[in-house]
Design a protein around this ligand. Structure first.
Ligand code: PRT
Ligand code: MG
Length: 208
């Protein structure tokens, strides 16, 4: 039996075709079902549906053998505890700094609101900029508008969310896509099954 951890939103939507090519189709629709463990058309594969930020934790502790998680989430979690064999090239976006469109870049000490505390800290340290990082769990865009922070670090796709709040993207921290992650013990114990799945994903990705 293989268990794959995946989050409900855009990652799930974009992972479905990849899973489907490997013969894995959930027998319930997670959008309407309240089940957290979904059976699939493959008797040996189950999906567990969890919050995006919880995927690395489930996989690290072996509660799931595999998982699909954004690189943003993996950077925050720390990657040492997991294998990351494949870039699935789905749910792409950019992790960026953003500021009010009328504000100049700050040269001195900067206050940064983000849910990506660890990544932001590393980024500003690497640029030699003194940053005070304020952890938020959502609506980062609000922070510069109400004087909570000078700058935010957040994911940007179309840029519409920033624009709607009079913000603009400034510096690219890193490109983001979703990755396949694997529990280290499972990679040994269930090597054959996991390697076969990785190969199937690779074949599908190579056709794109
Ligand atoms: O809500 P919960 O905590 O459970 O999870 P979530 O809302 O973070 O999950 P979900 O389904 O949104 O997926 C999150 C993952 O998708 C992230 O970890 C990224 O790897 C990936 N991803 C890709 C994105 C985006 N693109 C994205 N644009 N996640 C979030 N956004 C948000 C962004 O935070 C901002 O609020 O969309 C807004 C910006 O989009 P644009 O198009 O307006 O620029
Ligand atoms: Mg969301």
């Amino acid at each position: 039996m293989l268990t794959i951890a995946v989050s409900k939103g855009r990652i799930f939507e974009e992972a479905l075709p990849l899973l489907s090519e490997a013969g894995i189709q959930p027998t319930d629709d997670p959008k309407t079902s309240r089940k957290l463990i979904l059976d699939t058309t493959r008797g040996d594969v189950k999906l567990v549906i969890i919050r995006a930020t919880d995927v690395p934790t489930f996989v690290e502790y072996g509660a799931a053998d595999l998982g699909i998680a954004g690189k943003d989430v993996l950077l925050e979690h720390g990657a040492e505890s997991l294998y990351e064999p494949l870039d699935l090239k789905i749910a792409g976006c950019r992790l960026m700094t953003a500021m009010h469109k009328d504000k100049p870049n700050i040269s001195g000490r900067v206050r940064v609101a983000t849910k990506y505390v660890k990544t932001a800290r590393l980024y500003f340290a690497s640029k030699g900029i003194q940053a005070e990082i304020i952890k938020l769990y959502g609506s980062m865009e609000l922070a510069p508008l109400v004087g909570l922070a000078d700058c935010i670090v957040d994911l940007v796709d179309t840029g519409n969310t920033l624009k709607a709040n009079d913000l603009e993207p400034r510096e690219l921290i890193t490109e983001i896509s979703s990755r396949l992650v694997v529990n280290k013990a499972a990679m040994k114990m269930k090597h054959q099954a996991i390697q076969t799945l990785i190969n199937q994903f690779e074949i599908t990705l190579a056709k794109r």
